[in-house]
Design a protein around this ligand. Structure first.
Ligand SMILES: CC(C)(COP(=O)(O)OP(=O)(O)OC[C@H]1O[C@@H](n2cnc3c(N)ncnc32)[C@H](O)[C@@H]1OP(=O)(O)O)[C@@H](O)C(=O)NCCC(=O)NCCS
Length: 142
């Protein structure tokens, strides 16, 4: 049986309300990231992955810049551990590979290191705080 969701790549202009609803729930409400840090003005310059349930609800997202920087990977809490995050990452990595990106990177929250390792990312350097949360840079050569 297939997944009970689909992932597509969208631009900010087309996906904004749905992408915002996920990031508000996950980063602002759940993780306490200040709204002014979450909305950093960079979204229009990124490609976004959007996961929709078969009922049409927005359940997860992520973004990637032309320099290979991936971020804001998020899945609504009730949809975690069902490979939605994996499908979002695979959509972004497929795009990067087909567009000849040589390397991608992510500033991973430290608890999520095993998630990014599952795609082959490895940690670089030391932990740091971003929005009060511990992070570490991870990279993947494509
Ligand atoms: C990180 C996140 C995106 C993972 O999404 P998900 O849909 O639950 O992930 P998947 O089901 O695709 O997990 C794939 C693998 O990643 C690893 N993984 C996922 N969540 C994990 C966690 N909380 N802790 C440790 N490993 C984890 C596991 O190896 C998992 O495989 P398994 O289920 O066979 O054990 C999700 O937990 C999330 O939205 N967290 C809040 C936002 C956030 O912190 N984002 C990361 C910013 S850097």
């Amino acid at each position: 049986m297939g997944n009970p969701f689909t992932v597509s790549l969208v631009c900010w202009h087309d996906g904004e309300p749905l992408l915002k609803s996920i990031r508000e729930a996950v980063f602002i409400r759940e993780q306490g990231v200040p709204a002014e840090l979450e909305w950093d003005g960079l979204d229009e310059g990124a490609r976004h992955a959007l996961a929709l349930s078969h009922q049409g609800d927005a359940i997860g997202c992520g973004r990637m810049f032309a320099n290979g920087h991936i971020g804001r990977i998020s899945v609504l809490s009730q949809w975690r551990k069902q490979k939605v995050g994996t499908a979002i990452m695979e959509a972004l990595l497929d795009y990067a590979r087909t567009h000849d990106y040589k390397e991608v990177d992510v500033d991973a929250q430290t608890y999520a290191v095993p998630f990014y390792r599952s795609f082959g990312f490895s940690e670089q350097g030391k932990e740091f705080l971003d929005a009060g949360l511990p992070h570490i840079k991870m990279t993947l050569k494509l």
